[in-house]
Write a protein that binds this ligand. Sequence first.
Ligand code: TMP
Ligand code: ASP
Length: 237
Amino acid sequence: MEKREELYRGKAKSVYKTDDADRLILLFRNDTSAFDGKRIEQLDRKGMVNNKFNAFIMQKLEAAGIPTQFDKLLADNEVLVKKLDMIPVECVVRNYAAGSLVKRLGVEEGMKLNPYTFELFLKDDAKGDPFINESHVVAFGWGTAEQLARMKELSLKVNDVLTKLFDDAGLLLVDFKLEFGVFSDGSIVLGDEFSPDGCRLWDKDTKKKMDKDRFRQGLGDVIEAYEEVAQRLGVPL
Ligand code: TMP
Ligand code: ASP
């Protein structure tokens, strides 16, 4: 597999073409961003930890029947993935109230949501990733009703699989964000990454935050917390 030119540089990852038209290479950098990229810092080891964490989770999801873009780990910071045409919509599943839900509705952080909630955000930093609904996705042509239904179905399946996986490691999966894309065969496939950058994880007993909220809220020991989560799950680092 030959790495070719950079196709796109995101806030935390860079995407490269390869000599295979159906495959890309993702490079996980140490850049850590918050507040739609308004704050960016370098955190040692973050790229490597998130790359390996993501590979571990994507393989668990594949084993549970969820199609993902993961192909194979290439290096500490690099992974080979299926090339997807990304849908610019973020799917957020919440099991407990936190973050923007608490801000928006004034509910108490940590309140159990029964049932879980499913929300959509437009992936657009310049607009602050605005909250949108299903009819917006279809009306503005970001995805079809069928694609959206599949994204929702897969998001809820991911929630079932990962809630159990994290629970067995003594962690509450509070909420998470997923992004999907369309593969060359037209199917909807889970893309982007799953790492402590894009989810909230609390220790079940102490409720200690073990995710990117440590960075957003200036709590310190960000990567140390990511590494502890990885170690509890058995992710080889
Ligand atoms: P929120 O509470 O800020 O809406 O975020 C909900 C979850 O989704 C949280 O785990 C962080 C994740 N998320 C991202 O990773 N990137 C984003 O752009 C958004 C909107 C959410
Ligand atoms: N994707 C968002 C950003 O990098 C995540 C956050 O707000 O923390 O700005």
